[in-house]
Design a binder for this molecule. Structure first.
Ligand code: SF4
Ligand code: SF4
Length: 379
């Protein structure tokens, strides 16, 4: 049973004590951070105006860094991959860049993305994510409590999608965005890979309605925290009156334990106004006309490719393909790319290494442009 800690905070002024109430017990549970390195991963979607509720509030970020520093952390970094701005630009706009730097917090945008091997039982094997989190002893996931048009709520598990780089995020939306269950499974795979050590939810001012970017502020005046993101998300969903969250349903189907016990000053929070049911455009994960989406799926998504010289026709790939997008024909697998979700289970289970993931020219070009722009931004 995982502990989920709650505290109440009327606003963001002097919120450090309330944040300590949910973070210090986690630090104790992890055996302390003295002499260790900690990476903060706050949700910084975009900072478009003062007190933009799309992001974790700046006071929470500063308070979290202070708490880790006072607990003796030797090195603290803040890394994220915002939608448009760089991390230093967002922190500058928030007015906290200098303060963080004076505390010695290294603030940067993720740069290094690669496929991460894991011993966990994951479904999507070709997931490239920011590798920087592996350079730190501890990862602290800091989410804003928001509604989300696709996933109903975005909390600590969903916040990990920020470790996927921009062009790849688009690719995953194209690959699995049409199927919310698959997208929930992708998020669970991210959780299994990263398993943040500390988790904080900023629920002082939540976002309700048309989230995650354009909803309305909803004061619920609390912080929550747990050493397990999934347990925290389950507790929050129940607190906020969200039943049947797809992410949690899928976690149960996959036997991922999220049992929790609430502790501390538990708020009596009113339910959030949830987003309208997704329209057909959003069901596809992108607000684009169907023709363009199809074109993008065809020319941008990486695809499984067979090396017929290595294939022995065993049929294992056909058995392991979740959406049955692969059929054996004349002793070789034939891929049906219209329904293929790019999970690469076929590749993982092929005993002869006969299947590879092939990036399209357009995706390679897009990634090159993205890398070049990031390099220029960072000088
Ligand atoms: S063919 Fe099937 S197993 Fe292979 S990547 Fe596509 S969906 Fe996954
Ligand atoms: S699992 Fe590999 S060797 Fe077996 S049929 Fe599929 S591609 Fe060929």
């Amino acid at each position: 049973m995982t502990n989920v800690y709650y505290s109440k905070s009327a606003d963001y002024q002097d919120c450090e004590a309330a944040l300590e109430a949910v973070l210090l017990p986690q630090i104790r549970e992890r055996g302390g951070v003295h002499g260790k390195s900690v990476m903060l991963k706050p949700n910084l979607l975009a900072w478009r105006r003062a007190d933009d509720i799309a992001c974790v509030h700046p006071a929470v970020i500063v308070a979290a860094a202070k708490i880790f520093k006072e607990a003796g952390a030797a090195k603290i970094a803040l890394l994220e991959n915002p939608a448009v701005q760089t991390v230093p630009a967002i922190l500058q706009a928030m007015g906290i860049l200098e303060e963080l730097q004076e505390m010695g917090v290294y603030c940067e945008t993720f740069r290094n993305y690669c496929r991460q091997e894991t011993a966990e039982k994951v479904r999507f094997h070709d997931l490239e994510i920011a590798s920087e989190y592996r350079d730190y002893d501890f990862v602290c996931d800091i989410c804003k409590v928001k509604t989300h048009a696709m996933m109903t709520l975005t909390l600590c598990v969903k916040n990990l999608f920020g470790l996927v780089n921009g062009s790849a995020r688009l690719g995953w939306h194209l690959a699995v965005g049409r199927d919310f269950e698959q997208f929930a499974d992708l998020l669970l795979d991210l959780y299994l890979r990263v398993k943040p050590d500390f988790n904080i939810a900023d629920g002082v001012v939540c976002m309700e309605g048309n989230g995650p970017g354009s909803g309305n502020p909803a004061e619920r005046n609390f912080f929550a925290g747990s050493i397990d993101s999934l347990a925290l998300d389950r507790s929050l969903a129940e607190l906020l009156g969200v039943k049947d969250l797809l992410l949690l349903q899928n976690a149960e189907k996959r036997n991922l334990d999220s049992a929790y016990e609430n502790k501390g000053d538990i708020p009596d929070a009113a339910p959030l106004v949830l987003p309208d049911p997704p329209g057909i455009m959003l069901r596809w994960g992108l607000t684009l006309p169907p023709g363009i989406r199809e074109w993008m799926r065809k020319f941008m998504l990486s695809r499984p490719l067979l090396d017929p010289k290595k294939c022995i026709g065993c049929g294992m790939c056909e058995k392991m393909c979740p959406p049955h997008s692969l059929k054996m024909k004349n002793g070789n697998p034939v891929f049906h790319l219209d329904t293929c979700i790019r999970c690469y289970c076929c590749q993982e289970h092929c005993p002869k290494g006969a299947i590879v993931s092939k990036k399209t020219f357009l995706m390679k070009s897009l990634e090159w442009v993205e890398r070049t722009l990031i390099r220029r931004k960072h000088g």
